[in-house]
Design a protein around this ligand. Structure first.
Ligand SMILES: *Cc1c(COP(=O)(O)O)cnc(C)c1O
Length: 408
C-alpha cells in the first residue's frame, strides 16, 4: 500500500480524533444541542444524560467515581485549578509546594506565579534517566508542605515516574498529591486508588479525542479534597468550575476514554513493537546516537534520540514529510535547548540534535520503516557535510580543541 505523506509521528503534541469519537460527537452539534444545565426540558435532560455517561467513561478509565470528575477546557486549566485551588483552600495549613524540573509548563508556570504571591516551591532535580529520587522527595517535605505535584509520564522523553511510591510518601505525610496524567492516561494503566493520587489532570486531545476539553479528578474520600474555584459564575461542576459545559467535546472525551479502556493493552503492545522497530532500524545504522531517558520506565510509544553532529532543526528540514519534534524548545522566539533534556544532564550541543518520535494509534509499520529510512539518509547526508563529524571520526578529541574566533 502506498504511504500517504506527510506522516504524523508527533502524538505527544496532539492526536487525531478517532473516527469513532467523531461519530459519537456528531449528534451533539445540532440535533442534541441542549445546555446540560437546562433543567426544564428534554433538550437539557438529553445533554445532561450524555455528560453523565461521559463522566462515567472517564472515571472508569482511572478507577474513580463519576462524582470525582470535574470538566475543564483542557489539562492546562485542570492543573491550574488543582494547584491554585488547593493552595488557596489550605492556605492556613502551609505555603510549600513540591514539584520537579521536567514538569510541563502548565505546572511550572503555575508554580512560578504562586511564588510571586508568597508561596514556596521546591523544584526537585531528576536523575540521568529522567526519574526523581524518592529520597530527594522525602527530604524536601517540611511541616509547611501542602501539595506535591509530579507528572505521571513526561511529554518529551516519555519517562514514567514512580507514582505509586510517591503516592505512598504523600499519604504517609498527609500531603495531597496532584499528578499531571496527560501523557499516561489511556496509554498505560493509571489507577488513582492504587497510585494514591488525589488530583489528576487529563486532556482529551492527547487520547484521540477533541481539543479544548479536559478533566480534573478530585478525590472525594480518603481523603476528601476541597478546592477553591478559579472560575466563578453559575456554580457548575459542584462549584469547582463554572461555565456552560462543552457537551459535544465531553461526549467525544468520554468515547475516547472508553476506546482506550478497551484497547489500551493491545495498542500498547503494538506501539511498543513499532517503537522498537523504529529505534533499532535507526540506531543499528547510525553511530553516535543516544537515547534520552530511561528505556525501562518509559511510555511504549515514545522514543527520544540525540544524533550527535547534526542540528535537530536541519534534520527536521531534511525530513520535512515527517512530523516530529526537535529537542530545541519552541517556547520562545530564540532556539533554546529543551529544559527537560538539560535536566537529564544532556549537554546543550547534544540537546539541539535531539528528536522526539511519538508513535500513535494510526501509524503503520510501513510508516515506521519510511521514517527510519528518511532519518538515516538525512543524518548520513548532514554528517558528510560536517567537519566536526569528520574530525571525530579521525580521532580528534573535540573536547580538547581550542576554538579561536576568525580575525575580522
Ligand atoms: C499537552 C499537555 C498538557 C496540556 O494539556 P492541554 O489540554 O493541551 O492544555 C499538560 N501536560 C502535559 C504533560 C501535556 O503533554
Amino acid at each position: 500500500m502506498a504511504i500517504k505523506l506527510p506522516i504524523y509521528m508527533d502524538n505527544h503534541a496532539t492526536t487525531p480524533v478517532d473516527p469513532r469519537v467523531v461519530d459519537a460527537m456528531l449528534p451533539y452539534f445540532s440535533e442534541k444541542f441542549g445546555n446540560a444545565a437546562s433543567r426544564n426540558h428534554e433538550f437539557g435532560w438529553k445533554a445532561e444524560e450524555a455528560v453523565e455517561t461521559a463522566r462515567g467513561q472517564i472515571a472508569k478509565l482511572i478507577n474513580a467515581t463519576p462524582k470525582e470528575i470535574v470538566f475543564t477546557s483542557g489539562a492546562t486549566e485542570s492543573t491550574n485549578l488543582a494547584i491554585k485551588g488547593v493552595v488557596e483552600m489550605y492556605r492556613e495549613k502551609g505555603n510549600h509546594i513540591i514539584t520537579q524540573v521536567t514538569e510541563h509548563k502548565a505546572t511550572l508556570d503555575t508554580c512560578k506565579r504562586l511564588e510571586k504571591y508568597g508561596y514556596e516551591v521546591t523544584y526537585l532535580p531528576v536523575e540521568k534517566d529522567g526519574r526523581i529520587n524518592l529520597e530527594d522527595l522525602r527530604r524536601a517535605i517540611t511541616p509547611k508542605t501542602i501539595l506535591i505535584s509530579l507528572m505521571y509520564a513526561n511529554n518529551e522523553i516519555g519517562v514514567v515516574q514512580p507514582i505509586e511510591e510517591i503516592g505512598k510518601i504523600a499519604k504517609e505525610k498527609g500531603i495531597f498529591l496532584h499528578c499531571d496524567g496527560v501523557q499516561a492516561v489511556g496509554k498505560i494503566p493509571v489507577d488513582v486508588q492504587k497510585d494514591g493520587i488525589d488530583l489528576l489532570s487529563i486532556s482529551a486531545h492527547k487520547i484521540y479525542g477533541p481539543k479544548g476539553v479536559g478533566a480534573l479528578f478530585v478525590r472525594r474520600k480518603n481523603p476528601r479534597v476541597q478546592l477553591s474555584a478559579i472560575i466563578d459564575g453559575g456554580g457548575h461542576e459542584r462549584g469547582m468550575r463554572s461555565g456552560t459545559l462543552n457537551v459535544t467535546g465531553i461526549v467525544g472525551f468520554g468515547k475516547a476514554c472508553e476506546l482506550c479502556m478497551n484497547e489500551m493493552q493491545a495498542e500498547g503492545v503494538r506501539l511498543r513493537g513499532l517503537r522498537e522497530r523504529l529505534k533499532d532500524s535507526i540506531m543499528s545504522r547510525l553511530d553516535e546516537t543516544f537515547v534520552n531517558g530511561s528505556m525501562e520506565h518509559r511510555l511504549p510509544h515514545n522514543i527520544n534520540i540525540s544524533f550527535a553532529y547534526v542540528e535537530g532543526e536541519s534534520l527536521l528540514m531534511g525530513i520535512n514529510d515527517v512530523a516530529v519534534s526537535s529537542g530545541s524548545a519552541c517556547t520562545s522566539a530564540t532556539l533554546e535547548p529543551s529544559y527537560v533534556l538539560k535536566a537529564l544532564g544532556v549537554g546543550e550541543d547534544l540537546a539541539h540534535t535531539s528528536i522526539r518520535f511519538g508513535i500513535g494509534r494510526f501509524n503503520t509499520e510501513e510508516e515506521v520503516d519510511y521514517v527510519a529510512d528518511r532519518v538515516v539518509e538525512t543524518v548520513t547526508r548532514l554528517r558528510e557535510l560536517s567537519p566536526l563529524y569528520e574530525m571525530a571520526k579521525e580521532g580528534v578529541d573535540l573536547s580538547k580543541m581550542k576554538w579561536v574566533a576568525a580575525a575580522e
